[in-house]
Every structure is written in structure tokens, then in C-alpha cells.
Ligand binder design. Structure first.
Ligand SMILES: [Zn+2]
Length: 221
């Protein structure tokens, strides 16, 4: 299990990012069956979770102030974001692959929460295990699309090397732009990170784990 010191400092919540050896973080397995029913579609829709096993439909971001109900996202290369208000009153999980980032899911999520009266500066976030730029080669067309989409950023931030897209850096940029109170990167690359024993730490869609279960990033109050 991968954890974040920033989230661990939030009172009254449990969190963790799964690994290949425990796809759902162990401390959250007991509550796992209470999670919302949802389908992640690389979109920008977010859903407020108020009931156990809520039918959340097609969505990629989930937030709740209900105690005991886990919010989660399933990833194997995309960016999993776990976020919490520093007082522990609300938590959120968000899935952002290149499609979601390009469509602006993080900015739209925070636009929605600000309209509900939330202040991003009261929140902290953990950017979980994500494919690294070295492992993530994309087409020239997509690389150019991202350079245009993020024209205000240095190209080396978006593409540290030619056609290698840095999803983590883009997620960080979006969190900074949203005005979050704090964030950190945790876990390594889903494609190339290995443990002390040499075994691969995570599952990776890019590496070829296409038909197997992927890991969960989970938060609960
Ligand atoms: Zn890598």
C-alpha cells in the first residue's frame, strides 16, 4: 500500500493506493463493498456520494462528506488523485488519464466544488502511482495537441523528452492552478517501479496488463 503523509495528517480519514500485491489497500478492504457502483469513462463528470453502494453512473470524480462510504478510482497508468479537506469533513477521489486531463477534469472538478462553497486552499491532495514520462511515449499528434492545450507551460514540463508525455506534471499544474492548499507525489511509476526484491510494484496497462484487475486508490471518512 502506498500512503501520503499529507493525507495521513488529516483527522478521521483512511486512505491508500493499492499495488500489484494488494489491489485494494488492506485497511480499506472491509469497507470496499460499500463503494459506489460506477464506470470510469475518461470524462469530466463528478458525483457527490451520499449513500452506500450508490449508483453513480459514468463518472471519473467522486466526493463525499458521508462517514464510512469509500470513494475510489481504479487505475493502471492514469493519474489517481486522492484529496481531503484538512479538517477531515470531506474527501474526493479523481481519475485523470490523458483524455481527462486534456478535457480539464481537475479544473472542472474544482469549479464545481467552489460553487458548493469549498475553498481549494483548505484541501490537500496526493498524486498517486502513475506512469512516468520515460515509459509513456505518445503519438506525435497527441504530443502536439498537449503542447497547444498547455501553451502557457514550458514544453519541457509537458514533454520532458520527445513524444514522452508527463501526466504527473500536468496533474500537478492543474492542482496548482486550482489553488490547492498542498499536494505531494507518492508511489512510483506504474510501468517501471520495482521493489527491493526486483518484482514490479504495480500493474500497468502500457506494459501489457490489459485484461487483469487494476489497483484502487481509496479514501473514506
Ligand atoms: Zn516508468
Amino acid at each position: 500500500m502506498i500512503t501520503s503523509a499529507l493525507l495521513a495528517a488529516v483527522p478521521g480519514i483512511q486512505h491508500g493506493f493499492g499495488t500489484a500485491s494488494a489491489l485494494v489497500p488492506e485497511p480499506l478492504q472491509a469497507a470496499w463493498e460499500l463503494r459506489p457502483a460506477k464506470r470510469q469513462v475518461h470524462g469530466t463528470r463528478s458525483v457527490r456520494i451520499t449513500a452506500m453502494q450508490q449508483a453513480a453512473g459514468e463518472a471519473d470524480a467522486f466526493y463525499t462528506s458521508a462517514s464510512g462510504i469509500p470513494v475510489s478510482v481504479i487505475t493502471a497508468d492514469c493519474v489517481p488523485l486522492l484529496m481531503a479537506r484538512r479538517d477531515g469533513a470531506m474527501v474526493a477521489a479523481l481519475h485523470a488519464g490523458w483524455r481527462g486531463l486534456y478535457a480539464g477534469i481537475i479544473g472542472q472538478f474544482w469549479h464545481g466544488l467552489r460553487e458548493r462553497g469549498e475553498r481549494p486552499s483548505d484541501w490537500v491532495a496526493a498524486i498517486g502511482p502513475t506512469i512516468c514520462a520515460a515509459c509513456y511515449e505518445v503519438s506525435e499528434e497527441l504530443a502536439q495537441d498537449f503542447l497547444r492545450r498547455y501553451a502557457a507551460l514550458p514544453s519541457a514540463t509537458i514533454l520532458p523528452s520527445e513524444r514522452h508525455l508527463d501526466l504527473r506534471a500536468l496533474a500537478q499544474h492543474e492542482l496548482e492552478r486550482a489553488g490547492l492548499g498542498g499536494f505531494e507525489h507518492v508511489g512510483g511509476c506504474t510501468c517501471c517501479a520495482r521493489g527491493a526484491d526486483g518484482a514490479l510494484t504495480f500493474r500497468s496497462y502500457r506494459r501489457g496488463d490489459r485484461n487483469s484487475q487494476q489497483h484502487a486508490g481509496v479514501l473514506r471518512l
